[in-house]
Write a protein that binds this ligand. Structure first.
Ligand code: GLC
Length: 577
């Protein structure tokens, strides 16, 4: 949907002024707080490892060993809180430098330098300051809206910059998006909720007046006219990553940022006719921004919702109504994790239970609560499900279970601790057991399996971009490597990420950093894939930097809430083995 929108105006990028050199920063990217939780992580990883293969054991302890990659603590930057957002935006870093090199155990891969160069080239400037990265810089194809800064696409760029100690562009982006949130958003005669964040924005340069203006898309220009539900969640997650990485709480503490968070929360915590704690969504409201039958309660959004709630809880201040939101967040987190852990979870045992479900049950004693008809279980799931392993299925709503695997939702569930530690390990087991299906020759399948024939016809509305094993319909997206790598490190399975990274390194740069690959094994460069797709580039860098220094994981990972765990253990154990 969003991707096929006609261009508003071309964005003139001056290749020279847009190349920023990498700041070589030897300071640490975690606070004391972060170190404590990392130590905790390390202990947990080491416990997990005991049950795992010897090769993994060795790799993890190598990775976690204090050594050349442990760096001194970053000094906490202090920034004054201000109502004036423009005044907060930092000028760009224009220091000279090269990618951090010389860590003895990690000889930088030649692709790393090339990736940094490309990432810097993708920076977009507003009145001289960097505010984001362009979606793709492919000179051979029509830009459409790939010349815009997408909120979701900027996430791996933001993480790469933070991991490299370059936080200014991230702060600028967060403040810019906040400004855009304040715009009035209309589709025909209808006004969108105040809290909605744009899917993307664009800087329009007027060479005559020498002025820059902004244009944003909240769904009102997108084909299909769908608002991006994920943008606000990613914004909160990035704000927390920024805070965690820099130790600078003043940005999140600003009244404007607090208000921005509350507005997003008002949208997703609003009361209505819901009987489930999950968030009801339209098709096309996330990374999969075209009709792909993710409407209802897609795992991609539910996992981001959960993570954003947890991040907001860490940053919200009690003033100005914040306290009431913190209480609502607590209740929702509890209900949401109970619901998803219980009803979205599928493993061999649970599949067998569903297969034997009775239907038409009534009252509180019903086992088959959503009246799922066993005949609706697709044949492929029976072969796909390994004896060891499991995952959160794509969607659960009345009489409908979408059994498809979605990588983003499952990895975000691991990172946010929406998945229990057992479920997280089972997700990793599944990836290993179904390697050819989920990773193939080029990581990673966005969704598995593809819709074909009549089903494709009905579900996608005959979408020629989403033919089987292409694009959103079973295509392979290199950007997802950063999510897999983070989940692997969190679960103590770095060997899985290493194998996937080897595949990426064998082709991605040679193929010109495509947006996606096609085919059952992801062997072919995507039919309509853009080259020099920024998040393919930054996703690779983030994965590499996390492998090099697993302490970066703290930016994007959240620990399990022990109090909440105790509450459920007394209620149900249906998701445990
Ligand atoms: C496509 C993708 C979307 C992405 C955009 C820009 O529309 O589906 O997820 O944000 O391109 O790269």
């Amino acid at each position: 949907m969003l991707s096929d929108k006609p261009d508003i105006a071309s964005l003139s990028l001056d290749p020279v002024s847009h190349v920023l050199s990498r700041k070589v920063d030897a300071s640490c990217t975690v606070s004391h707080d972060g170190i404590n939780s990392l130590l905790e992580n390390e202990h947990r990883h080491l416990r997990n490892i005991e049950t795992r293969k010897a090769s993994d054991e060795k790799t993890l302890s190598e990775l976690m060993a204090p050594g050349p990659s442990s760096r001194p603590l970053r000094q906490i930057e202090t920034v004054k809180s201000s109502e004036c957002l423009e005044g907060m935006i930092s000028p760009s870093i224009r220091s000279a430098g090269t990618p951090r090199a010389g860590l003895p155990s990690f000889e930088p891969h030649p692709m790393v330098g090339e990736a940094w160069e490309n990432l810097r080239r993708s920076l977009v400037y507003f009145r001289g300051i960097p505010v984001g990265t362009i979606a793709a810089l492919d000179p051979t194809q029509e830009a459409l809206n790939y010349n815009q800064v997408f909120v979701r696409d900027f996430v791996p760029s933001a993480l790469a910059f933070l991991m490299n100690g370059e936080s200014e562009v991230v702060k600028n982006f967060l403040l810019k998006a906040l400004r855009l949130q304040a715009w009035e958003k209309r589709i025909d005669c209808f006004t969108l909720g105040e809290g909605a964040m744009p899917a993307s924005f664009k800087v329009l340069h007027d060479p005559v007046r020498k002025s820059d203006t902004m244009a944003a898309d909240f769904g009102e220009s997108a084909i299909g006219r769908v608002a991006p539900v994920d943008s606000g969640f990613w914004w909160i997650i990035m704000l927390r990553a920024y805070t965690k990485s820099t130790g600078d709480h003043s940005l999140a503490d600003m009244p404007d940022c607090q208000r921005g968070m509350r507005l997003i929360l008002s949208l997703c915590l609003a009361e209505g006719f819901d009987t489930f704690p999950t968030l009801l969504c339209a098709d096309g409201c996330s990374m999969i921004d075209r009709r792909m039958a993710i409407y209802g309660y897609p795992i991609e959004i539910q996992a981001l919702f959960f993570m954003a709630l947890k991040c907001a809880k860490l940053m919200l201040k009690p003033e100005a109504g914040g306290k009431a939101f913190i209480e609502r967040i607590d209740k929702r987190l509890y209900a949401l994790s109970y619901h998803i852990r219980s009803y979205f979870w599928l493993d061999f045992q649970q599949l067998n239970n569903i297969y034997r479900y009775k239907t038409e049950e009534y009252s509180h004693t019903a086992v088959n609560k959503f009246n799922v008809i066993p005949d609706s279980i697709p044949d492929w799931v029976f072969d796909f499900m390994p004896m060891r392993g499991g995952y959160f299925i794509g969607n659960v709503s009345p009489a409908r279970m979408d059994f498809r695997w979605f990588l983003l939702g499952n990895c975000v569930a691991v990172l946010s601790s929406l998945a229990t530690p057992e479920q997280s390990s089972a997700i990793m087991d599944l990836i290993e057991a179904r390697w050819m299906d989920l990773v193939g020759e080029m990581p990673l399948k966005i969704v598995y399996p593809a819709l074909e024939g009549h089903e494709w016809n009905i579900v996608t509305g005959c979408d020629p971009k989403n033919t089987r094993w292409s694009y959103h319909n079973g295509g392979s997206w290199p950007v997802l490597i950063w999510l897999l790598t983070a989940a692997c490190i969190k679960t103590g399975r770095p060997q899985i990420a290493r194998k996937a990274l080897e595949l990426v390194e064998s082709r991605l740069s040679k193929d010109g950093w495509p947006e996606y690959y096609d085919g059952k094994l992801g062997r072919y460069v995507g039919k309509q894939a853009r080259k020099f797709q920024t998040w393919s580039i930054s996703g690779y860098l983030v994965a590499k930097m996390m492998m090099e220094d697993p302490s970066h994981l703290g930016m994007i990972s959240l620990e399990e809430d022990k109090k909440m765990m105790k509450r459920y253990l007394s209620r149900s154990a249906s998701w445990t083995f």
